[in-house]
Design a protein around this ligand. Structure first.
Ligand code: ARG
Length: 703
């Protein structure tokens, strides 16, 4: 039975693989046989003619891909949006398709120049006409989608393509009659997969395997219950049969060499309009401005990469290149995203890179009240380590207590309006919380290349180093410790028990005694093992001098805990003379504040160990207040805890034998963190040697 459905096709008179604009064409230049192509095309033409009406557009010499009439444009009712090909190799087809549409009574819309969109190759109507699925990522620009919505007055659902083999939506996605969907999930990013799953019920989704996908099984022509394609596995055929579709296979191998098959070779030109439905686009766009050493600091690449990685697209509207080494560059970038959620994610990351709104677009932050103590409004902006400002009543306010993973709370105080980073649990009813990503900016100092080089500490810019480089880091850290000490600054150490086990206890004690450390953070264990070593000469029962386990030594640490408990606190034990040296001893003797945060595995614990973790977090954050440097010595747990509380600008040195810990901690995207993979005892010993060198009398190096 021939239905009233019409398709447009273009005979392969001039078909060939002449160039490479998709991965299928690679290695296939002039490798297709014209005769076989003609024969395969005729077969397809006849199959379709058995079920529908076929119109023809005249092939044009010099435009070998014109056979792929799906790329002529996108038709809905009387209207057609003409394609704007991305590649110049196909742009010459546009006028011929335009002419055909005009001659056949269509109302033709053309997109602005430089806004690629490849027609029905990248835009497929739901077969019930409820909405339009539109692809982007390779050939069509996301910014073309709002035009489709406006001109065709239909809801557009944007899907991002990720696998270059499936560069057009119709190569991996095929809406079928009765709401079914044949598709290859691997071709899409996870956000798009979620969008698909939200629209199409599980029993309507026919997800295919890669083996079928690479045979272009999704590149199918559906007429009622017939599905015409190049090839399908038996499994796929029976799955389709179960839900009432009959597969007609017709080989199109010659066209596969150009990256196309059944669907690409046809364009459905009768697409009925559903009058009751109207446009609805979720694509959003926003222009941001970035300034600084965009090129030499790699900022612009990072920004553009993350836009794409997170599912958006961009257009660089302006770029003023700083010509002198000292001058900064400025760029205006238009960011588009398929939905508001994705836009929020992208913008919040761009904010961290210092992106701001254009002055004329500046708006106040969006605020929502705290309705339940300790709970933020859903869409709250998650704070980061970077110095942040929010705009309230037209004024930019500096956010106090900057730290990551908090909410920004705005409250009215006697000193006016105050913005503060707060942990969720500390939010109070009546406070307003910044939601969404409007009116938020971070302050990034644009240091010049010279300044950056002069900052000795940046030499390893968040690199992880080992072996010989350890010595270099040690030199840097020693220099820095000395400088901070001389200027009355603050260094905080986080330390794990490994410091003691590896023999670093005496070195850390010296650092404290000599005034290099202004705060100590750790857990129950470091304190216990440190005192065990000083009272009993063992660390977890191992004799620290001989390196062998002592008989009954496994009970040593409990005895120490018991002793300290008897005195009531570490400082009392020290004052009573029960502890006569070591890390804790030096802290007490030198009035260095320490905080020991408890955990589920703690023996004892020591009376000083704070088992209320909320209080422990508070103690920690008080001690790191105003720190210039934090030395993280082999304690993943406490170091990560500290990292989360520390704003950008504080130098962090993380020493651990496990590279994974070091990477995790030093990867803060800031130049101030340095990771060292090495034995912590060794590190401390080298550090003290180096500090000794820096304090010893100057000896001129005469060669
Ligand atoms: N060689 C053509 C191109 O890369 C193939 C087009 C396939 N068409 C399609 N609707 N998927 O543009």
């Amino acid at each position: 039975m021939v239905s009233q459905i019409r398709f447009l096709m273009c005979a392969p008179d001039h078909y060939d693989v002449d160039y490479v604009i998709n991965p299928w064409m690679e290695g296939n230049i002039h490798k297709s046989s014209r005769d076989r192509a003609v024969e395969q095309w005729n077969k397809l033409y006849n199959v379709i003619k058995d079920h529908a009406i076929v119109d023809l557009v005249a092939p044009e010499k010099g435009w070998p891909d014109m056979v792929f009439s799906a790329n002529a444009g996108l038709v809905l009712g009387e209207n057609v949006v003409l394609s704007r090909f991305l590649h110049k190799e196909r742009q010459g087809e546009e006028p011929y398709f335009q002419q055909w549409f005009a001659e056949n009574g269509f109302n033709v819309y053309t997109l602005p120049k430089d806004l690629p969109f490849e027609g029905a190759g990248d835009a497929l109507l739901d077969r019930e006409g409820r909405w339009l699925w539109a692809g982007y990522g390779f050939r069509s620009e996301l910014d073309s989608h709002p035009f489709l919505a406006k001109w065709l007055d239909i809801e557009v659902i944007s899907l991002r393509l990720m696998d270059e083999r499936f560069y057009h939506l119709d190569t991996c996605f095929c809406p079928l009659a009765n709401g079914y969907l044949l598709y290859y999930p691997g071709a899409f990013d996870s956000y798009s997969n979620r969008v698909i799953e939200m629209r199409v019920a599980p029993e309507k989704r026919i997800a295919i395997m890669e083996a079928d996908a690479v045979n272009f099984a999704c590149n199918a022509v559906n007429v009622d219950s017939i599905v015409i394609m190049n090839k399908a596995s038996d499994g796929l055929k029976s799955r389709l049969a179960e839900v009432g579709f009959q597969v007609i296979e017709t080989p199109l191998t010659e066209f596969l060499k150009a990256g196309g098959a059944a669907k690409c070779l046809t364009l459905r030109v009768t697409e009925p309009v559903r009058e009751e439905l109207h446009a609805n686009v979720s694509v959003e766009s926003r222009v941001v401005r970035m300034e600084g050493h965009l090129l030499d600091a790699g900022l612009i690449n990072r920004a553009l990469d993350l836009i794409v990685e997170m599912g958006g697209s961009f257009q660089v509207l302006k770029f003023n290149l700083g010509e002198q080494r000292q001058s900064t560059s400025a760029a205006e970038v238009r960011v588009s995203a398929p939905s508001h959620d994705v836009m929020e994610e992208i913008i919040s990351q761009l904010i961290d890179l210092g992106a701001v709104d254009l002055p004329q677009d500046e708006r106040d932050s969006k605020l929502e009240p705290v309705l339940q103590a300790g709970v933020a409004p859903d869409d709250f902006y998650v704070s980061t380590i970077y110095p942040t400002e929010v705009r309230v009543n037209g004024q930019w306010l500096k956010v106090e207590n900057q730290r990551m993973d908090g909410a920004i709370a705005i409250s009215q105080t006697s000193n006016g309006i105050v913005a503060k980073c707060k942990l969720l649990r500390d939010l109070e009813i009546g406070e307003q919380v910044v939601v969404d990503v409007l009116g938020i900016r971070t302050i990034r100092k644009a240091e010049s290349r010279e300044q950056r080089n002069a900052q000795e500490f940046s030499f390893m810019s968040s690199g992880v180093s080992s072996e010989r480089r350890v010595e270099l880091v040690v030199e840097q850290v020693a220099w820095e410790l000395r400088k901070i000490k001389d200027s009355g600054g603050k260094v905080v150490v986080t330390a794990g028990p490994v410091v003691i086990h590896t023999g670093g206890g005496e070195h850390l004690s010296r650092l404290i005694r000599e005034g290099y450390v202004q705060g100590l953070l750790g857990g129950n264990a470091i304190a216990v093992h440190d005192m065990e070593q000083n009272i009993l000469g063992t660390s977890l029962g191992v004799d620290m001098k001989r390196g062998v386990a002592v008989r009954g030594g496994h009970r040593h640490h409990l005895k120490v805990i018991n002793t300290v408990r008897r005195f009531g606190s570490i400082s009392k034990a020290v004052e009573a003379g029960a502890v006569r040296g070591g890390v804790m001893y030096e802290c007490v003797k030198n009035n260095i504040p320490f905080s020991l945060a408890g955990s589920i595995r703690d023996d004892g614990p020591l009376p000083d160990t704070q088992m209320n973790l909320i209080l422990a977090q508070q103690e920690y954050s008080q001690i790191i207040q105003g720190a210039d440097m934090i030395l993280m010595l082999s304690s993943m747990l406490h170091s990560i805890g500290v990292g989360n509380m520390t704003p950008a600008g504080v130098k962090m040195v993380c020493v651990d034998i496990n590279p994974a810990v070091v990477t995790k901690l030093s990867d803060r995207g800031s130049i101030e963190s340095v990771g060292v993979v090495t034995d912590v005892g060794l590190f401390l010993s080298l550090l003290l040697q180096q500090l000794d060198k820096l304090t010893s009398p100057y000896v001129a190096n005469v060669g």
